[in-house]
Design a protein around this ligand. Sequence first.
Ligand SMILES: Cc1ncc(COP(=O)(O)O)c(C=O)c1O
Length: 464
Amino acid sequence: MPDVDPKALFGDQARDPSEQAGLPEVSEPEAFRHYVRLSEMNFAIDNAMYPLGSCTMKYNPKVNEWAARLPGFAKLHPYAPEHLIQGALELMYRLEKGLAEVCGMDRVALQPAAGAQGELAGLMMIRAFHQAQGRSPKKVLVPVTAHGTNAASCAFNGYQIVPFPAGEDGVVHPEAIAPVLDDDVAAIMITNPNTVGLFEKHLPTIARMVHDKGALVYGDGANLNALMGRARPGDLGVDVMQFNLHKTFTTPHGGGGPGCGPVGYKRILDPYAPVPTVEKSHDGTYHLEFNRPKSVGRLRSFYGNFGMMVRAYAYLREMGAEGLKGATDLAVLNANYLRAKLGETWHVAYDTTCMHEVVINDKHLGKTGVTTMDVAKRLLDYGFHAPTVYFPLVVKGAMLVEPTETETRQALDRFVDAMSAISREAHEEPETVKKAPHLTRLRRLDETRAARKPVLRYTKKPQG
Ligand SMILES: Cc1ncc(COP(=O)(O)O)c(C=O)c1O
């Protein structure tokens, strides 16, 4: 490596190259204990129930980890020639076929590394589709209930966002779309089930309206956990959608990655799909296809987060069609069980049959001064991660509860008991809730500062 002046790279933080790095010198057991201790300070799905709505924190089956660690997958070099990676290519090919079947699309591009990047990929394909027809519509319709990434992906792709309201019943209605649907609309972005946990029952009608205007339907598939095996976005009129494999297909997530957000799309969008695609040749071998002149290009280094693809494929094969259907049924049943049970104490925002998650809020806490955030913190003392708080934005003081299919009836009951106890405390001893958590290693943190200014650098403690 050529000589580089450390000062040019690191400024005042630069270290004299002759100086020791100052890393801690510890034995293997001490290092091990350090990391185990750190892991114990964290909350994880493998410790307890994690009903973080919208995030689908479902159990990550350990057989997925076994598969992803098989040396034939884990030790592949990304530059290995195609004839040496036939197994990996076949897995990607098969995963694409499986996902396409689940969502009712013609093809699936596997590379995007997150749901949000999948959204971006889909919108880029929509733009390329319109451009190929000599059109350049500028607007995308997005309901006010949408996840923040939808608007961000539109903006990132140069689209103007046109928000429209959801009905009193929590779902979007054709009448709300008609006034904003004009010739300058490129697409509508719609999440189904939506972020308040309800099935968008007017989607087929809305899709017809949108298609009649020459626009396309983007389906945010992050909530596919409530549909897979039972309904397919492609059959409901969606043209392009992203999967969140790190939610629906049990690949681990949290802490920012690694994710995987494949994009399923209908045939009309095929020319614009990201490269490379995985193709099967006539002689039965697999190869990566880069020669796609109308493609939106490459979105990710190499082929995406391949380890996530192995895990998702393991899950698909483990579950089979019936298993996926069963998972969907249980996810919906569990959420409705909580809706009924929590509804005995808490205010349910939309008290109608929900899909895989339910929104409650802090309305009944009234003058106690206890807020949704206090409840979230107090839940940690009871051994539960909090639901998603203050989202969806359309519900004041929202708590979005998503139990997932992998929680038992006993776990759900314990959660309901904890929520009832917190409600009682809020009325009888509000300070206990307001000052929570009391039993965690660290007390209430400044979460904004923790996210914006994380302390990531090891600092050597002064000697003596
Ligand atoms: C409805 C919805 N859409 C999109 C996303 C974005 O997915 P990711 O976090 O993988 O970028 C999420 C994530 O929580 C989501 O819930």
